[in-house]
Ligand binder design. Structure first.
Ligand code: NDP
Ligand code: OXD
Length: 309
């Protein structure tokens, strides 16, 4: 069984080939660009594949996204029509929960202001309301959003969540669909985005959304860069409607060195590390999914390409 692997960072391709090869010695793993026989390739394991790069495998059975999102696969305008398998699991969820809790608490407790005061050698006690009086809204209640929302509720935040179908999450008041988006946003002081990037969600972090939040709210975007309208965020920060933002994802990654987000005093930039899966963990999940798909013709972690996630 032959598998083609692609990631933009070439040195990582060999790591993944090695890890998967150790776990599945009866299968062959090759860099996608140097597959010896394209007819033999049954699976592609990819992160941000180039358009048309998988079309040359006539016997492809499925594509594995090295990650939870499939937008980077669907961006291939010449994509073979085969199932797409997501790479998800408790490791990915745990990392995202840590990231969300860290940055929600940081905004909640006024850490940026406290650190700025320290830089001026100023003793500035900042008294914030308890978490029970702080409304945090989580956009997207899937594998990551639901668990992050549960954790925020367990910490004590007044936690609300928004999804397409109105999923229920213990301890979280939930809202559904475009018609309840306004009610979800109203009174929210910290907004966490964990939506997939689809035609419906692209640009959802825009001036209209920001204006519906409580004045002085904070935004955390750990999903995808194109959810954000960058100029609208800069405008909302300048007007005071948004007080601060933590951004892990960007329209162009790596974020270009001249981008205004880098030096902005109210923005924290992290380099798409909110929940990056490592090769050792990811390859164990992928190996299991490849074997299951090969045996059963399906897996639990299948994405729905028509829905976009
Ligand atoms: P899931 O597919 O499990 O969940 C997606 C959630 O978003 C669901 O609750 C879904 O609603 C909701 N949703 C989708 N479209 C809409 C819409 N139009 N309106 C309202 N709600 C909508 O995704 P995951 O939780 O696994 O991951 C979410 C995203 O996080 C990924 O797509 C990826 O982009 C990003 N990510 C970022 C990482 C990082 O390191 N920064 C790491 C991993 C993922 P419903 O429940 O009704 O279907
Ligand atoms: C993912 C990511 O989608 O790391 O898993 O962004």
């Amino acid at each position: 069984m032959s598998v083609a692997i692609y990631l933009p960072n070439e040195s990582k391709i060999q790591d993944w080939c090695g890890m998967l090869g150790d776990l599945m010695p009866d299968w062959q793993f090759h860099a996608l660009q140097s597959v010896p026989d394209p007819d033999e390739v049954k699976y592609c394991v990819v992160w941000r594949p180039e358009t048309g790069s998988m079309k040359r495998f006539p016997n492809l059975r499925a594509i594995v996204s090295i990650g939870a999102g499939i937008d980077h696969v669907l961006a291939d305008r010449d994509l073979p029509d085969v199932p797409i398998i997501r790479t998800i699991g408790t490791d990915l969820t745990q990392r995202m929960k840590e990231y969300v809790a860290l940055h929600v608490l940081r905004h909640h407790r006024g850490m940026p202001e406290i650190q700025a005061a320290q830089a001026r050698a100023e003793w500035t006690p900042i008294v914030v309301p308890p978490a029970t009086r702080r409304r945090v809204g989580v956009m997207g209640l899937g594998n990551l959003g639901a668990e992050a929302a549960k954790l925020l509720a367990a910490i004590g935040f007044e936690t609300v969540g928004w999804s397409r179908s109105g999923r229920t999450v213990e301890g979280v008041k939930t809202y559904a669909g475009a018609q309840e988006f306004g009610a979800f946003l109203e009174g929210t002081e910290i907004l966490v985005n964990l939506l997939p990037l689809t035609d419906e969600t692209r640009g959802i972090l825009n001036a209209d959304t920001f204006n519906r939040l409580k004045r002085g709210a904070c935004v955390i975007n750990a999903a995808r860069g194109p959810h954000m309208v960058d100029d609208d965020l800069l405008g909302a920060l300048a007007s005071g409607q948004i007080a601060a933002a933590t951004l892990d994802v960007f329209h162009i990654e790596p974020l270009p060195s001249d981008h205004p987000f880098w030096g902005h005093p109210q923005i924290t930039v992290t380099p798409h590390i909110a929940s990056m899966i490592d090769a050792a963990t990811g390859s164990r999940i992928i190996a299991k999914n490849l074997r299951t798909f090969e045996e059963a013709g399906t897996v639990a972690d299948l994405a729905d390409a028509t829905r976009g996630y």
